[in-house]
Design a protein around this ligand. Structure first.
Ligand code: NOJ
Ligand code: CA
Length: 682
C-alpha cells in the first residue's frame, strides 16, 4: 500500500469556515484516469474534513467537488474528520460473454483506485473507484470492525454537483406512480427529485447519465437537488424511516456516471453491466429470449376482463386461439393474464385475495399448457400481486412449482400499488407499507428471481425496482417494466406522446431491457379522434422492436389485427430478440434514435429508427454491414403523407439491394419511424 496522505482533514477546518461543503481546500488527494486518459476521477478534502470527489472529462469539469459519506442511527457518521490512509491502483482488461443481450462479447477495461479512509477514531471504510472510457463507478466498502455489528444507515451523503446550466431529462422520484411518468426536460433548476438513470447534457455538450449498478440488499436512491446543481443520493426509506439495515462487512451498490461526447455514446456503453458480478446461476441455457403474444391488450382496451364473467379474457378456448396463432407464426409463448382466482372486484386494492395456484373454472391450465407444448408454444405465466407481497411470498413455492410442472419457462410478475404502498405483514402480523425501491422490496424482487431460477423459470417484473444490471448475475431476470409502456396508450390520460420513445433509449433503457410491448397495429382503436389511441405511425411500431431492447418482445395487438395487415406483420415475425452486436448509429435525446443490430448467430442486420413529433430525413451510411457482402434490404417506412395524427397507417414496404458502401436516405414522418431487415444474400 502506498501512503499518500495521513493529514487529518479536520485540521483544515479553520481555513474553510463559511465555504460550501463541496469547496475544495487543496489539490486532489488521489486521482485515477480512464484507460484513454480523458476521464479523471479525483478525491479531495472538503469542509470540516469531509471527503469529496470530482470528475473531469477532457476540458470540462462534469462533477465539481461533491460530498461523500454516510450517517448512521447508532454510530457516529463518516461525514467529517476523515483522513485518507492510503490508496492502491490496478488496471483491468478482459472480455466476457452474455448468454443473451445486446451484444455477445462485452469488454471490461478500466482503471481502479481503492482509497482507504478512516476517521479520527480509526473507524474505516474503503472507496473503490473504477474509471472506464465510458464512465465511472464507485462504491463504499465497510470492513468488519468493532461497533458495526448492527448498522442502520439513516443517510448516504453521496452528491453529484453538475454544471448549473446543463439540460436534463428526468421523471420525478418517490411519487405515487413509481417510474410511470412522462419524461420532463429542461434546465437543472426545474428538477426537484429525479429517478435514475438521470440524463444530462452539459453546457460543454457532453452527455452523462447518473445511475447505480448492482443494487443488492440496499435501498435504491433518487436524486434530490439540495442546492442548485447539487444532487444527493437520497436512499428510499423503510416504513420506519431507516434507509438501510445491515451489518459490517457490507458494500453499497456502485454509484455510476456514464459519460460520452455524443448522446449515442451513452447507448453504446456497457458500464452498468461491467460493474455487476458475473453469472451466479451456472448453466442458463434454459433462459430463452423470444417473442410472445398474449391475452393482455384486449383487457387494457376494455374488450375483455381480467375478472370472471361473460367477457373473461383468460378462457381455455381463447388461450387455444392465441396458441394456434402463435404456432402458425413462430411465436414462442402466450401470456395469459386474469387466469387465477382473485381478480374479481377491485383487484388493485384486494391483493390479499389472489391465489397463485387456483385457476378460474373456465381456464383449464393443464389442458392449455399441454395444447401449447404440442404445438411448440409455451404458456407464459402471470402473477399480479397488487403489491401484497406477503400474500405472494407464502404462495411462491407452490406457484412456481405448479408452473414448472406445466412446462412454463417464463413468468410475468406485477406489483401494482402506489409508491409507498407495498403491503408487508411483519412478524407480529402488523401490516407495514413499503416503497417499491426500498431495501425490503429490493430483496423481495431478487428472491422471486432466485426462487424461479431453481425451477428454470425466467422472470419479467412489472412495477419493478429499477434495473441496475443484475441480469448479468441472474440471467433469468429477463426483462422488466419500470417506465410508461404501451399500456398507457390504451387508457392513459394522456397517452405516451410521440417523443416518449425518443427519450426512453437515453434514460430508462440505459438501465437495461424493458418489456414495453410494442406492435399495436390498430392504432386508432377508438377512432382517429378517440380519447385514447397510439400516438405513432404503423412503421414506428415496427421500429420499436429494434430501438427498445428486450430479449423478450411481445406482439401486443390482437391476432385479428395482425391478420388484417400481413405485409407489415412480416417484420414482427422476422425480427430476432437476441443480438451478436448492437450499434446506436445516430440520435439526440428526445428527438430521434437509430439502432443497427446484428442477429445472434446469424448474418442478418436489423435497423430501427424512430422520431418524435417532428418529421426528419436521415442519411445513414450502411458501413456497419459486412464489407463485400450483398444484402436484400426489406424496408418498412412511413408512406407518403404519413403522420401520427392524421394518417398513421400510410406505410411503404419495399425491397432493394444494398452493400456496406451504400448510404440510405430515410424519411421519418411526424411521430414516425422505419424498420429494416438486411438479409445477407451472398
Ligand atoms: C400492470 C402491468 O404493467 C400490465 O402489463 C398488466 O396487464 C397489469 N398490471 C395487470 O397485472
Ligand atoms: Ca405497469
Amino acid at each position: 500500500m502506498k501512503l499518500l496522505s495521513t493529514t487529518c482533514l479536520a485540521l483544515l477546518l479553520a481555513t474553510t469556515a463559511g465555504a460550501a461543503w463541496a469547496e475544495e481546500t487543496q489539490a486532489g488527494l488521489a486521482r485515477i484516469a480512464s484507460p484513454d486518459g480523458r476521464l479523471v476521477f479525483s478525491l479531495h478534502e472538503g469542509r470540516f474534513g469531509s471527503l469529496t470527489w470530482s470528475l473531469q472529462f477532457g476540458d470540462e469539469l462534469l462533477v465539481e467537488a461533491a460530498r461523500l459519506g454516510m450517517r448512521f442511527a447508532e454510530q457516529a457518521g463518516f461525514d467529517r474528520d476523515l483522513a485518507l490512509l492510503g490508496s492502491e491502483t490496478a488496471s483491468h482488461d478482459s472480455s466476457w460473454e452474455q448468454p443473451w443481450g445486446e451484444r455477445r462479447v462485452v469488454r471490461d477495461r478500466h482503471e481502479e483506485l481503492l482509497a482507504q479512509v478512516a476517521d479520527a477514531d480509526g473507524r474505516r471504510f474503503d472507496l473503490r473507484v473504477r474509471v472506464f472510457d465510458d464512465g465511472v463507478g464507485f462504491r463504499y466498502e465497510f470492513p468488519q470492525q468493532e461497533g458495526f455489528e448492527s448498522v442502520q444507515i439513516v443517510e448516504e451523503l453521496t452528491e453529484f454537483a453538475l454544471p448549473r446550466s446543463s439540460t436534463a431529462w428526468w421523471i420525478p422520484g418517490r411519487r405515487y406512480n413509481r417510474y410511470e411518468y412522462l419524461y420532463q426536460s429542461g434546465g437543472l433548476d426545474e428538477v426537484e427529485t429525479a429517478h435514475t438513470p438521470f440524463t444530462v447534457r452539459t453546457p460543454g455538450g457532453a452527455h452523462l447519465a447518473i445511475h447505480e449498478a448492482a443494487l443488492v440488499d440496499y435501498a435504491a436512491f433518487v436524486l434530490d437537488q439540495r442546492r442548485p446543481g447539487v444532487f444527493q443520493a437520497n436512499l428510499t426509506p423503510w416504513s420506519d424511516g431507516v434507509r438501510v439495515k445491515t451489518s459490517a462487512p457490507f458494500k453499497t451498490p456502485w454509484r455510476t456516471v456514464q459519460v460520452a461526447e455524443k448522446a449515442t455514446g451513452l447507448l453504446n456503453s456497457d458500464l452498468v453491466l461491467n460493474l455487476n458480478e458475473p453469472n451466479a446461476l451456472g448453466d442458463v441455457s434454459w433462459v430463452q429470449p423470444g417473442k410472445y403474444v398474449g391475452i393482455w391488450w384486449a383487457m387494457h382496451i376494455n374488450r375483455k376482463t381480467w375478472g370472471s364473467g361473460p367477457n373473461h379474457g383468460a378462457t381455455t378456448a381463447e388461450t387455444m386461439r392465441y396458441m394456434d396463432f402463435a404456432a402458425k407464426h413462430g411465436f414462442d409463448g402466450v401470456l395469459v393474464e386474469g387466469w387465477n382466482v382473485g381478480w374479481d372486484g377491485d383487484w388493485f386494492h384486494n391483493g390479499d385475495l389472489f391465489s397463485f395456484t387456483e385457476a378460474y373454472p373456465d381456464f383449464d391450465i393443464e389442458a392449455v399448457s399441454r395444447y401449447g407444448l404440442e404445438r411448440g408454444v409455451r404458456l407464459i405465466g402471470h402473477h399480479e400481486t397488487s403489491g401484497n407481497v406477503s400474500n405472494y411470498a407464502v404462495q411462491m413455492d407452490a406457484a412456481y412449482d405448479l408452473y414448472q410442472r406445466l412446462g412454463v419457462r417464463q413468468v410475468k410478475t406485477g406489483y401494482v400499488a402506489d409508491g409507498g404502498d407495498i403491503k408487508r405483514v411483519d412478524g407480529n402480523g402488523v401490516a407495514r407499507y413499503e416503497w417499491h425501491d426500498g431495501q425490503f422490496m429490493v430483496g423481495e424482487y431478487l428472491r422471486s428471481v432466485t426462487e424461479a431460477a431453481k425451477r428454470e423459470i425466467s422472470i419479467n417484473t412489472h412495477e419493478p425496482v429499477k434495473d441496475t444490471g443484475l441480469r448479468r448475475t441472474y440471467p433469468n431476470w429477463i426483462s422488466r417494466e419500470g417506465a410508461r409502456g404501451q399500456e398507457f396508450n390504451a387508457w392513459g390520460d394522456p397517452g405516451n406522446p410521440p417523443e416518449h420513445t425518443a427519450i426512453l433509449p437515453y434514460t430508462r433503457m440505459l438501465a437495461g431491457p424493458m418489456d414495453f410491448t410494442p406492435g399495436i397495429f390498430d392504432l386508432t382503436f377508438e377512432g382517429l379522434d378517440g380519447r385514447h389511441r397510439v400516438n405513432t405511425t404503423l412503421a414506428k411500431q415496427l421500429a420499436l422492436y429494434v430501438t427498445l431492447y428486450s430479449p423478450i418482445q411481445m406482439a401486443a395487438d390482437l391476432p385479428e389485427n395482425y391478420e388484417a395487415r400481413p405485409e407489415a406483420f412480416r417484420f414482427i415475425v422476422d425480427v430476432p430478440t437476441d443480438w451478436e452486436q448492437s450499434i446506436a448509429l445516430a440520435g439526440e435525446v428526445g428527438d430521434y434514435v437509430v439502432f443497427a443490430r446484428q442477429e445472434r448467430g446469424g448474418q442478418d442486420w436489423y435497423l430501427g429508427a424512430v422520431t418524435d413529433e417532428n418529421a426528419r430525413t436521415l442519411e445513414l451510411p450502411l458501413d456497419f454491414l459486412a464489407t463485400g457482402k450483398r444484402y436484400h434490404a426489406q424496408i418498412y417506412r412511413d408512406g407518403e403523407g404519413a403522420d401520427w395524427r392524421s394518417d398513421p397507417y400510410a406505410i411503404a414496404i419495399e425491397t432493394t439491394g444494398v452493400t456496406a458502401a451504400d448510404t440510405l436516405e430515410l424519411w421519418l414522418a411526424p411521430g414516425g419511424g422505419a424498420a429494416i431487415r438486411f438479409e445477407a444474400v451472398e
